[in-house]
Ligand binder design. Structure first.
Ligand SMILES: [Zn+2]
Length: 131
């Protein structure tokens, strides 16, 4: 295995070559989502079918599908935001968390909320005896 690992899948990757067990489909706009087993999709469609075609089929059920002929084209209208989150992530979706190693999270200690409440600042009353 090369150090770079297998090539990352893209929309032209066939179902038979898709490296993950599950094909995840998400939409930014309608918040629909679907997780499909690639083996089932290969059996239902064809192992040579492209994952981009699966995305197109997923998009067809979206009320904002831009390829729907019933919809008038709108320059600034809502448009389906369907996507395949695992195409560009570089991190396999089915890798156990213990195998991914540590990841750097932006921010740090200054961004954290304090674990203890701030000390209460007591104010003196006017006229209190200072003895
Ligand atoms: Zn959508």
């Amino acid at each position: 295995m090369s150090p770079a690992g297998p090539p990352r899948p893209n929309e032209n990757t066939s179902l038979g070559e898709y490296p993950y067990v599950v094909l995840r489909l998400r939409c930014h706009v309608c918040e629909r989502w679907r997780d499909c087993r690639v083996a089932i999709l290969s059996w239902e469609f064809h192992p040579e079918e492209r994952v981009g075609e699966m995305l197109r089929l997923f998009r067809r059920r979206c009320p904002w599908d831009p390829s729907n002929p019933a919809r008038k084209p709108q320059k600034y209208g809502m448009r389906c935001g369907a996507y395949l989150p695992d195409l560009n992530s570089g991190r396999p979706p089915d890798l156990p968390p213990s195998m991914t190693g540590l990841t750097l999270i932006e921010g740090g200690k200054p961004d954290m909320l304090p674990t203890e409440p701030a000390p209460i600042e007591r104010r003196r009353r006017v006229g209190d005896a200072d003895v």
